[in-house]
Ligand binder design. Structure first.
Ligand SMILES: *Cc1c(COP(=O)(O)O)cnc(C)c1O
Length: 209
């Protein structure tokens, strides 16, 4: 990450490593915590509770990112556990999060997920609807919107997707970009990623339950 940042003329400190701990055994997660890592990503609310609720009670320096799809009926649990919710992509979820934040008195940062490849099976707002949705998230729902997130199609060159996400962020005055995973984080950093989400390259292969 540091080398990719320098190659792009950026400061390594400007890029946050989100260690993706989904489907990883407890000993690897504990080892990562011992190494000093504090920012973690999970894609399911329930698994995140299993991995992190006990740690959360013991340390106040954890920063937990939700990086997977969120159902509206889990919005309140998500608001309770996470510090950043990266996968906001529809008005119904924005409304549920606004309500949950009011009830919980807790306001995690929010990222809007953009489906840059317009893949039917993938979550995220399509690029043509991003500006209107971003305006609604800020205006109608008053959520603490900080940035954008994307997962490029696996079979395509990621660079054009990262460039598109950066363009949408810039024209909407958003500073943060969550993009790049184990296989493409260097490219993402070259295109301005502020958060890279790395699982297997850090922890090793996942162990599906
Ligand atoms: C699992 C996951 C990652 C991490 O993927 P790796 O290829 O293991 O680095 C990143 N982002 C999202 C949204 C994920 O679901």
């Amino acid at each position: 990450m540091a080398a990719a940042a320098r190659a792009a003329g950026r400061q390594p400190d400007d890029i946050t490593l989100v260690a993706v701990s989904k489907q990883q055994p407890r000993d690897r997660i504990d080892a990562m915590l011992e190494s000093g890592q504090r920012v973690f990503g999970e894609n399911r609310v329930q698994e995140a509770q299993t991995h992190w609720q006990a740690h959360r009670a013991q340390r106040d320096d954890l920063c937990l990112h939700l990086i997977g799809p969120l159902q509206t009926n889990k919005a309140r649990d998500a608001v309770r556990l996470f510090d950043v919710i990266e996968t906001l992509d529809r008005p119904k979820l924005a409304a549920a999060l606004a309500r949950a934040m009011d009830r919980e008195g807790r306001r995690p940062d929010v990222f809007v997920q953009v489906n840059t490849g317009e893949e039917p099976q993938k979550a995220g707002v399509i690029p043509g609807e991003a500006d209107a949705f971003i305006a609604a998230v800020r205006g109608d729902y008053g959520l603490p919107l900080k940035g954008l997130m994307c997962i490029p199609p696996v079979e395509e060159e990621p660079a054009m997707h990262f460039a598109l996400l950066r363009k949408i962020a810039r024209r909407n005055g958003l500073d943060m970009l969550s993009m790049g995973m184990s296989h493409d984080f260097e490219t993402a950093i070259a295109f301005g990623a502020t958060h890279v989400r790395i699982g297997t390259a850090l922890f090793g292969q996942r162990q599906p339950s």
